[in-house]
Design a protein around this ligand. Structure first.
Ligand code: UDP
Length: 330
């Protein structure tokens, strides 16, 4: 049997690295690509001796050249946390616009199927709850999150255009909050922030009054949904996430219980345009993919906590949570 080849951009990141591992386990030949701005090669270290895996250090906003055949492309390169978009806003815009264009062009020339990583952020601060795929969203284009949200919305538009005008086989996944091992401790997102603070003996910083909600999906469930989406016959966007919604304050309390920390919750101002509620409607994924999340938050958090606990104290302290001012996006 001929081994099918898949290119995964953002391979050294949190989701990209989990996808690389999954596709290798499924018997594919995987090319991982990353410019390592937010990714880390240590996430791929267990694949370095695998003859089916190769890594290319490349920025996808520049022309992408791959020798030989290619069957699938998964475009997952992008900063994905609010503090990252603040730090590198132009790269954030470029990777999902120019980078997506290059990936689509490559897919067209190789006659490959492409799946692009979109986001629940296309719904902005949603006025429809839970968020269903045919909701168009409530995004502030010029707010601090605009660089991410609008780039991802452009990514979807460009992907659909290649599908419609070039007949390219395309898939669009809208990813909701996901967590698990290999998240960056200092990426600013709420789960690594809280666990990092608990492990360092700091108070847990709740932004706003903590009444905003999120719905957290364990990474293995997400990867399963993406895997099924790639191989199904559906080219419009599909939500993948866990509908189990929780307030950020309750989430903080869960982390305190899980870690046994003596620290408390402290309240800080809410960043600009922070969505008030978020919960995926996954009826479509259930129907067309037969998919729904299997891993409870209790189990997923335990696995993730064990991962963070296994990091060295050097890594833990290096990731010291930035003063909250760096998160408040004005
Ligand atoms: N958040 C918080 N404390 C932190 C980091 C984040 O209360 O130290 C809040 C943040 O304001 C948001 C929620 O947690 O309401 C989820 O934030 P995250 O950055 O993880 O993702 P996103 O806002 O993109 O869903």
């Amino acid at each position: 049997m001929v081994t099918e080849k898949v290119l995964i951009t953002g391979a050294a990141g949190f989701l990209g690295s989990h996808l690389c591992h999954r596709f290798i386990r499924e018997g594919f030949s995987v090319i991982g690509m990353d410019n390592l701005i937010t990714g880390d090669l240590k996430n791929l270290s267990s694949l370095s001796d695998n003859s089916n895996f190769s890594f290319i250090h490349h920025d996808v906003t520049r022309h992408i050249k791959i020798e030989g055949n290619l069957n699938y492309i998964l475009h997952f390169a992008s900063p994905a946390s609010p503090i990252d978009y603040l730090k590198i806003p132009i790269q954030t815009l470029k990777v999902s616009s120019l980078g997506t264009h290059n990936c689509l062009g490559l897919a067209k020339s190789k006659k490959a199927r492409i799946l692009v990583a979109s986001t629940s952020e296309v719904y902005g601060d949603p006025l429809v709850h839970p968020q269903v795929e045919n909701y168009w969203g409530n995004v502030n284009p010029i707010g601090p999150r605009g660089v991410y949200d609008e780039a991802k919305r452009f990514m979807e538009a460009l992907t659909m255009a290649y599908h419609t005008y070039h007949g390219l086989q395309t898939r669009i996944v809208r990813i909701f909050n996901t967590y698990g091992p290999r998240m960056r401790l200092n990426d600013g997102r709420v789960l690594p922030a809280f666990i990092g603070q608990a492990l360092r003996g700091e108070d847990l910083t709740i932004f706003g009054d903590g009444s905003q909600t999120r719905s957290f999906c364990f990474v293995d469930d997400l990867v399963e949904g993406i895997f099924r989406l790639l191989f199904c016959d559906y080219s419009l966007p599909v939500n993948i996430g866990n509908p189990n919604e929780i307030t950020i304050k309750e989430f903080g309390e869960e982390i305190i219980k899980l870690t046994g920390t003596k620290q408390k919750l402290v309240f800080r101002p809410l960043p600009v345009d922070d969505p008030k509620q978020r919960q995926p409607d996954i009826s479509l994924a259930k129907k067309i993919l037969g998919w729904e999340p299997k891993i409870s938050r209790e189990m997923g958090l335990k696995i993730t906590y064990d991962y963070f606990k296994s990091l060295s104290s050097e890594e833990l302290n290096k990731a010291e949570h930035k003063s909250f001012d760096s998160y408040v996006m004005r």
